[in-house]
Ligand binder design. Structure first.
Ligand SMILES: *[C@@H]1O[C@H](CO)[C@@H](O)[C@H](O)[C@H]1NC(C)=O
Ligand SMILES: *[C@@H]1O[C@H](CO)[C@@H](O)[C@H](O)[C@H]1NC(C)=O
Ligand SMILES: *[C@@H]1O[C@H](CO)[C@@H](O)[C@H](O)[C@H]1NC(C)=O
Ligand SMILES: *[C@@H]1O[C@H](CO)[C@@H](O)[C@H](O)[C@H]1NC(C)=O
Ligand SMILES: *[C@@H]1O[C@H](CO)[C@@H](O)[C@H](O)[C@H]1NC(C)=O
Ligand SMILES: *[C@@H]1O[C@H](CO)[C@@H](O)[C@H](O)[C@H]1NC(C)=O
Ligand SMILES: *[C@@H]1O[C@H](CO)[C@@H](O)[C@H](O)[C@H]1NC(C)=O
Ligand SMILES: *[C@@H]1O[C@H](CO)[C@@H](O)[C@H](O)[C@H]1NC(C)=O
Length: 395
């Protein structure tokens, strides 16, 4: 009995300390918070949070949890655990969190306002959920905000985002946002990655985004913009420009050829017309150029062989005419050449057979004549040939 009362006495004593000490220096409080989170973010049996138990004192070794020297939780990763339910307000108590990854579950509802208490947060990954309501983003230390695929609606958020001076990675794609891309996203000068895929945004693509000098990747596929491509030639860091199926019309601006760091340019499935600007010959780092399914026309000019790094070139389903330039023999790294459904004619030049990396030659529905190069297929990699709808004879 003595032992037992001593036990209860100690327990009461401990609880008392618990209440008195400010939460910042008592390790127990983060344990309580984690257990509240476990209850609100419900998982199926064996969800991967099974080791989150009060009896296990060292919550810093819970799966997905990392702590600092004061045993405060600094990183929480509960991605892909089939969780449903919601994020409770108590998340705001984990105010030393630096990384919060909830990605790839089925949590829904609004994110609690208290998430703004996470003033040290640098990474917030809530991709692949059913979140709706108020969009988060007041945390001034944020560098990464990934909200890809959720149920957020209304205009794209502005006020929560434009004051984030450290934000590098922003993904809002796959949500139910409407309206235009806010021109004042140009204020987020730290941005390196902007993802707005598959939203159905309308309006003109804002030319102010050309001021994002640090932007490396712009992904805006499947939107319904009005008018053409803006002048983006000042985006000196841009490496990837991905604007597939964006309802773009007009011509390709010459200034795109000034983007010296460009590695991938995909403007396929738009209404672009006119010729490929000769300035593209300066894109020495371009690896992928996809212009298929537009209304582009004119000759494929010999100068385009200046794109010496090209491994994939797709000009299919346009109205190009003329011959394949001999200068393309300089495109030594070419692995995929797709020119189907144009008005090209002449011979398939012999050098095509000698390209060391060529894997596919797709030139159907043109007006090519004579025979295929004899050396085609000798590089040991070649596997895909379509020459149907031409006047070629077998070699
Ligand atoms: C947060 O994530 C970043 C990148 O994913 C990583 O480099 C960093 O070490 C993480 N920080 C903590 C406290 O876990
Ligand atoms: C989070 O955990 C998942 C699954 O264990 C892992 O694949 C992923 O790399 C982790 N992410 C981070 C940012 O630590
Ligand atoms: C959030 O911060 C506010 C103001 O600092 C504080 O009053 C509130 O208790 C905090 N709430 C949570 C859940 O962190
Ligand atoms: C967010 O998490 C998902 C799922 O784990 C992952 O695929 C994605 O790359 C993460 N986003 C960032 C910016 O790290
Ligand atoms: C963003 O731009 C819109 C329209 O030009 C303007 O009404 C709004 O005040 C701007 N917001 C900020 C935070 O600059
Ligand atoms: C582009 O489309 C818009 C409507 O979205 C139209 O007003 C404009 O005339 C078109 N411009 C060209 C060059 O076809
Ligand atoms: C061709 O590819 C190789 C290997 O990927 C690379 O080292 C080389 O720089 C490329 N050549 C050009 C001209 O881009
Ligand atoms: C192919 O060339 C012939 C003449 O040589 C021309 O009549 C025909 O229109 C051309 N077809 C295409 C699809 O360009």
């Amino acid at each position: 009995m003595v032992v037992r009362s001593g036990f209860w006495h100690n327990l009461l004593h401990i609880s008392f300390i618990f209440l008195l000490l400010p939460q910042c220096c008592f390790c127990g409080s983060d344990l309580d918070t984690l257990l509240i989170l476990k209850k609100a973010m419900i998982g199926p049996q064996g969800s991967g949070k099974d080791d989150w138990e009060r009896s296990s004192h060292n919550y810093c070794s819970f799966s997905g949890v990392s702590c600092d020297h004061q045993s405060r939780v600094v990183a929480l990763n509960v991605s892909s655990l089939h969780l449903f339910g919601s994020v409770p307000a108590e998340i705001g108590l984990l105010n030393k969190l630096v990384n919060l990854t909830l990605a790839d579950n089925s949590l829904g509802g609004s994110l609690p306002r208290e998430i703004a208490n996470l003033t040290s947060l640098r990474l917030l990954n809530i991709s692949n959920h059913l979140f709706s309501g108020r969009f988060p983003g007041e945390m001034t230390e944020l560098e990464v905000l990934d909200a890809y695929i959720n149920d957020f609606t209304g205009q794209l958020p502005v006020d929560q985002l434009v004051n984030l001076k450290k934000l590098k990675h922003l993904d809002l794609g796959g949500n139910q946002f409407t309206g235009e891309i806010p021109g004042n996203y140009s204020m987020i000068q730290s941005l390196e990655y902007l993802g707005l895929n598959g939203i159905g945004l309308t309006g003109k693509f804002p030319s102010s985004l050309a001021q994002l000098k640090n932007l490396k990747e712009l992904h805006v596929v499947y939107n319904k913009f009005e008018g053409g491509l803006p002048e983006l030639g000042t985006m000196e860091s841009l490496q990837v420009l991905d604007m597939v199926n964006c309802n773009l019309n007009g011509t390709i601006p010459i200034s795109l050829g000034f983007l010296k760091n460009l590695r991938a340019l995909d403007l396929s499935n738009n209404e672009l017309s006119g010729e490929i600007p000769e300035s593209f010959s300066k894109l020495k780092n371009l690896i992928l150029l996809n212009l298929c399914e537009n209304n582009l026309y004119g000759q494929i000019t010999p100068e385009l062989s200046g794109m010496v790094s090209l491994t994939a070139l797709d000009l299919s389903y346009n109205k190009f005419t003329g011959e394949i330039p001999e200068s393309f023999s300089e495109l030594k790294n070419l692995s995929l050449l797709t020119l189907s459904s144009n008005n090209l004619y002449g011979q398939i030049p012999n050098f095509i057979g000698d390209l060391p990396h060529l894997e596919a030659l797709l030139v159907s529905e043109n007006n090519f004549t004579f025979a295929l190069p004899e050396s085609l297929g000798r590089n040991g990699r070649f596997k895909d040939l379509d020459v149907s709808g031409n006047h070629l004879l077998p070699a």
